[in-house]
Structures are given as C-alpha cells and as structure tokens.
Design a binder for this molecule. Structure first.
Ligand code: Z5A
Length: 207
C-alpha cells in the first residue's frame, strides 16, 4: 500500500471519529505506519486555538473564526502533516479544508461568492498540500444530530440550529460536485461495521 493523506469530513455526529478508529486498526493490521490527527488542532499550538474556537463562551466574529481556523491549520500542516508525509507515513485527518468551506463558507457565509473566494484564497496561499483523498461521510443532518446527542456537552458549533447544519451539508455537496476526483461520498447510514466496510473499500481502491 502507498502511504496517503486522507481527510474525513461530514456534518455533526456522522461517525467520523468512529470510522477513523476502524481505519487506523485496519492500517495497523496491514503493518502500515500512520499518524491520526484532527482539525482544528493536531499540533501543540493548534490545539490551543481549538480550545478557543470550540469554547461556547468565545464570542468571535465570522472573519476572526475563519482566520483562526487557518492559523491553526498552517501550524498543523507545517509541524505535523508535512513531516509525517515526508517520513512516508499515512496521515489520517479528522476534518481539513472542506470543513472551512462547509462551516465558514456555507454555514456562516450562506454560500456567498465573496466568502467562498476569501476561503479559496487562504487555501491557495497557506495550504501547500491537499489530501490525496477526502471521504465525506454523508448522513441526513437530523440523523447525525441524534447520534451526537448521546454525548454530554455541546461545543460552540454544536449549539447551532438545524438550519446551520443544513447549509453545512449543502457546502459538502458543493465540494463533492466540484472536486469529484478528490472527494468520495460515503453512505454513513447503517451500523458501524457497514460504514467501516465502505471506508476500507474506498481506501483500498486508491492505495
Ligand atoms: N470546524 C470548522 O468550523 N471549520 C474548520 O475548518 C474545521 C472545523 C476544521 C470540530 O468538531 C468543529 O470545528 C466542528 C466543525 C468545526 N463542529 N461541529 N459540529 P469535531 O470534528 O471535533 O466534532 P464533530 O464534527 O462535532 O464530530 P463529532 O460530533 O464528534 O462526530 P463524529 O466524529 O462524526 O462522530 P462519532 O463521535 O464517531 O459518532 C457520534 C456518535 O454516534 C457516537 O456516540 C458513536 O458511537 C455513534 N456512531 C458512530 N457511528 C455510528 C453508526 N454507524 N451507527 C450508529 N451510531 C454510530
């Protein structure tokens, strides 16, 4: 298998964390070396920004939120992702640039061209490496929210209303339509084993 940079995306509670755990177990069984990481966060500094970004009491405007996501991403790429790829390791990342398009571009920005072009310009300037493959775990928003509701406290994003997550879902659909060579839509319905089988089939096909 050739080491790849894989990102997982999706609306709240679709099962990314669970699917990533299953994929990492599979890679381990195959004797592959990998790192598991996440955004916002994944590096020492970016994890500090994550705390600020997710804290329900943080009051920040939309542009500040966008810039902090990219500040965290910049540190994460330079100190964690690129060194791992250079060392020949798989990088399995929970969320990446498509989250910025979906949450900041569609969730906050209503899919406006001006907002999307701001984000695109940040990607062009500060993201030297895109994932080889992005798995969009797709589930109806309400179903994901039901899964997520099993957890205890809601972070700043999880406190948003259903309309926000419907726009985020539109954002993922937009990305999938525009980048079909990079983004694969994975049906995230059904039990954990069924979703895991779909994820592993998709990864096996590209490695
Ligand atoms: N964000 C942003 O706005 N812009 C950006 O650029 C980036 C991020 C990078 C980070 O949250 C927040 O940051 C995120 C977007 C924003 N906000 N939201 N919402 P996060 O990624 O840390 O958290 P999350 O997206 O909310 O993930 P999650 O809620 O933890 O969900 P998940 O990882 O997709 O799901 P899970 O934890 O694997 O599963 C949820 C529950 O469902 C759990 O009890 C599982 O046991 C259960 N589950 C999982 N799979 C199944 C199946 N197949 N059947 C039944 N039950 C299942």
């Amino acid at each position: 298998m050739t080491a790849r940079f894989i990102s997982f995306e999706g609306t709240e509670g679709v099962g990314k964390t669970t699917a990533i755990t299953q994929l990492c177990e599979y890679l381990q069984q195959q004797g592959q070396t990998f790192i598991r990481t996440r955004e916002p966060g994944g590096s020492v500094f970016a994890e500090k920004l994550r705390e600020l970004l997710l804290a329900p009491e943080s009051q920040i405007d939309d542009d500040t939120e966008l810039l902090l996501m990219f500040a965290a991403r910049c540190d994460h790429i330079n100190t964690v992702i690129l060194p791992a790829l250079e060392a020949g390791k798989w990088v399995i990342c929970d969320r990446f640039i498509d989250s910025s398009i979906a949450y900041q571009g569609f969730g906050r920005g209503y899919g406006e061209k001006k907002t999307l072009s701001k984000i695109q310009s940040l990607i062009t300037q500060f993201v030297p490496k895109l994932p080889d493959c992005t798995l969009w775990l797709d589930l109806p928003v309400a179903e994901g929210m039901q899964r997520a509701a099993k957890r205890s406290t809601a972070d700043r994003f999880e406190q948003e209303a259903v309309a926000f997550f419907n726009r985020v879902h539109q954002g993922y659909d937009h990305q999938w339509q525009h980048y079909p060579e990079r983004i694969q839509r994975i049906d995230a319905s059904g039990d954990v084993q069924s979703v895991t089988n779909r994820v592993i089939a998709a990864i096996s096909a590209i490695s």
